[in-house]
Each structure stands twice: as C-alpha cells, then as structure tokens.
Design a protein around this ligand. Structure first.
Ligand code: DNO
Length: 420
C-alpha cells in the first residue's frame, strides 16, 4: 500500500517537509477553501497538485469531494449539483488525480462525544459514549421522536445491558450550560468544522442549522437514500470511466442508524448493496477499518476478504468496543480490526494489481487515519484525531507491519527517504 497522510493544505501546521521525513509517499487532501457546492477549477487543483509534487510526493486521494445534501435527499437542485460534481471530477481527472473519497451520510459526517479521552498510558484518543450522544439528541437538538428512537435502539442492543434513557436522565440532572456548549462544540464544530461539510468553525447557531438540515430528511427512508446514491453514482460513472477515476465511499461512522436519519454504509449487507447496485469497478469503497470496527456486527477481516478488489483506499485504524457499546479508538496494533491481517489482504491485492496492471496506478493508497493525541500534540490546535506525533507513531507501527507482511509475500518493500 502507498503510505499516505491526510494533510489540510498549505495552512496545515504539519508541513510537507515534515511528512517527507516520516516516510509519507502520497498526500490525501481537498480544496478546503472552495465553498460546498462550487466547482473545483483546474487552476486550483493544479496549484495544489504542483505544490505537493514540489516535495516529491503525489496527490494520491481527494478526501473529500463532498456530496451536497440535495443530492442525498433528492432536492430540487439535485441535477444542478450533480453537474457541479461532474465538472469537478472531470477537472480532477484532467489534472491526473484518480481517486476520490466521499461519504453519503445525511447531515452529520463522523461523530464522537469526547476528543481527549484519557488512555491508561496518559495519552488520549477519540471516544464515543451512547448516552451522551442520546442526551445531545433529546435535550440539545430536542428532536421530535428522539426518546422513542432511543428506547427502540436500546431494545435492539440488549447485549449492552444498559438503560440509556436512565443514563440520559442522570446527565440531564448534572448538565450545565457549559457542558451543553462543550458537547455541541465536540459533536458539531470540532469534528465537522474541518471536513468541508455543513458546519464551520465560527458558526454562531450550529444547533439551529442542524435542525434545519435534519428537516430536509423528513420522510426520507433508507431505501430513498439508497436510490438517491444509485442515481448519483450512475450519473457520474461516465466521467469516472472517461478519466479513470475511482470513487470510494467512506463507511458511516459510527456504523449505526442515528438521529432518526437513514444510514446506508454500515455493514456487509449495505456494502454489497451499493456495489451491486452500480457494478462499475470505479464504484468502490474506502475500507475504513476504524469506522467499521466501531460496530460489533462487523467482522472486519471477513469484509476485507470480500471487498478487497473493490477497495480503492484504505484507512488502517482500529476500535475497542466496551461491554456497554461505547467505543474508543485503539492502538493500531490492537483493537478489533486486526490491522496485521488487513495489511496481508491489501498488500496481496496491491501485488495482484501490479502483476495484472489494470489501472493508471497500481498503488493502493492507505492512511493511518486518526492517531493518539500524545506528548504535547494537545497544545498544537490540530484537527480532532489528526495529531502529528500520535499519527506518526501509528504510521511507524503500520510501516513495520507492511514491511513484515511484504517479506512474507516476497513483495519488495521500500522505505522512502533512506539509502537502502
Ligand atoms: C473523519 C473522516 C471523515 C471522512 C469523510 C469522507 O476523520 O474519516 O470525515 O473524511 O466522511 O467523506
């Protein structure tokens, strides 16, 4: 796999020169300054591509070219937004960029309730607590039907042996305006603000905006969302064929139905459904082992065995699920995702691509996704989950795994940046 790194553009405090030193080969980024729903011009794409190339790396993956809500819920301006998307894709293709990650999650991209949850070793990781999330839904968003939904959710997860609504009542009894503010900051601003989605750092009424967005999905079922994804994929596939662009949807994180919204990339059956709905090989998956492993229903290794050939981008990260269903991001050598076995599967897949030479590039880009916050990362103002030292530590571990697996497979391993 190609060792890549999510970099947030020229303003990122982590520079490309730093990334060169730690063995990064390819960059994962986006035009973060282009407002949602506007065309990415060739000039802007070229400028960033050339900047990356001036450091001897390539722009391996776009993460993300965001799909606007109207495409997801099927709004009046859907056609116009599909045209905008097609134009951006064509411009990327013309500039030699062949891999695009996106998600099809309504309203909210990924979700966490604690961004600095202490690990036993003094570092911290991202964490998700179901009761806090339910509190946000019931008492902050005040979503109609929320309590009933959580009651049902609890029934469906009897194995967690918990009374989520009773825990919510306890949180409510102790909650202060500061607690509410911080929770909104975590769920809406700090996790969403930098992913080029619906919310921005500095939004003064994020909860109101959230409610307006939720209302767009009134009456939209899981099936509607699946159909809308199919319509959209079918519309863009001719451009992908023309420019050899691999589209790779990011799984829903966490992989559950939340906030009364449909979610359609949560499990094996979901993945099978969207891949079969549009069988073009350019319609593929971002194999985010982290998001998938947050759901106890997913067997990550089995999914990798099944979907490696339709995987265009890999996020190697692992989760630990507690007995009550809460989860935290685990070490890259631990957790339930089994990154060692995944590296075997995807290194083999890349070898196969190299031998059969089907594509513009045979490389399978991989990033370690998030990392621990450690040793001073916490004071640097990095985006949530996107620390420097923590991700560097994880990348070192993953490089070691890949080198070992490659030795087993008889596949050459090259550590860039060294004489060898
Ligand atoms: C969070 C990320 C997601 C991901 C998007 C892809 O850390 O994994 O925001 O980039 O869902 O569109």
């Amino acid at each position: 796999m190609e060792k890549t790194w999510r970099w947030f553009g020229k303003k990122d405090k982590i520079t490309l020169a730093m990334l060169k030193q730690i063995g990064v080969e390819g960059i994962v980024t986006a035009l973060h300054d282009v407002p949602l729903g506007e065309v990415w011009t060739r000039e802007k794409i070229r400028d960033l591509r050339e900047y990356i190339e001036s450091y001897g790396m390539r722009w391996s993956v776009v993460e993300s070219l965001p799909v606007t809500e109207t495409i997801k819920y099927g709004g009046k301006d859907r056609e116009q937004q599909i045209e905008v998307y097609k134009e951006s894709l064509a411009n990327l293709g013309k500039e030699g960029i062949h891999c695009v990650c996106y998600n099809f999650m309504p309203v909210l991209d990924w979700a966490r309730t604690d961004l600095l949850h202490a690990n036993p070793n003094g570092s911290s990781n991202l964490y998700f607590n179901w009761a806090e999330f339910a509190y946000f839904d019931i008492y902050i968003l005040k979503r109609k039907g929320a309590e009933a939904d959580w009651k049902k959710f609890q029934e469906e997860h009897k194995q967690w042996n918990r009374d989520i609504l009773a825990e919510v009542a306890e949180i409510k009894a102790k909650a202060t305006p500061q607690y509410d503010h911080d929770l909104v900051d975590t769920i809406v601003i700090k996790t969403q603000g930098f992913v080029s989605g619906n919310f921005k750092e500095g939004d003064d009424k994020p909860v109101e905006l959230f409610r307006e967005l939720l209302a767009l999905y009134d009456g939209v079922t899981k099936e509607d969302l699946q159909n809308n994804m199919k319509t959209w994929l079918e519309a863009i596939m001719p451009i992908c064929d023309e420019y050899d662009i691999d589209m790779c949807v990011h799984p829903d994180d966490p992989p559950f139905q939340i906030l009364g919204l449909p979610r359609i990339v949560t499990c094996d059956a979901d993945v099978e459904k969207f891949l079969n709905a549009v069988p073009n090989p350019h319609n593929g998956l971002t194999f985010c082992a982290g998001s998938l492993s947050a759901g106890g229903h997913n067997n990550i290794v089995e999914m990798a065995k099944k979907y490696h050939s339709r995987t265009h981008f890999v996020h190697l990260r692992s989760c630990h699920i507690f007995d009550n269903g809460d989860f935290t991001e685990a070490s890259h050598l631990g957790g339930r995702a089994d990154l060692i076995e995944l590296a075997r599967i995807f290194e083999q897949e890349e070898l196969h691509r190299m031998e059969t030479r089907q594509k513009a590039t045979q490389l399978l880009p991989m990033r370690v996704d998030h990392g621990m916050t450690m040793l001073g990362d916490e004071d640097k103002g990095y985006n949530a989950g996107y620390s420097f030292l923590g991700r560097m530590f994880a990348l070192g571990q993953v490089q070691g795994i890949i080198a070992t697996v490659d030795r087993e497979l008889g596949k050459p391993y090259h550590q860039p940046g060294f004489f060898d």
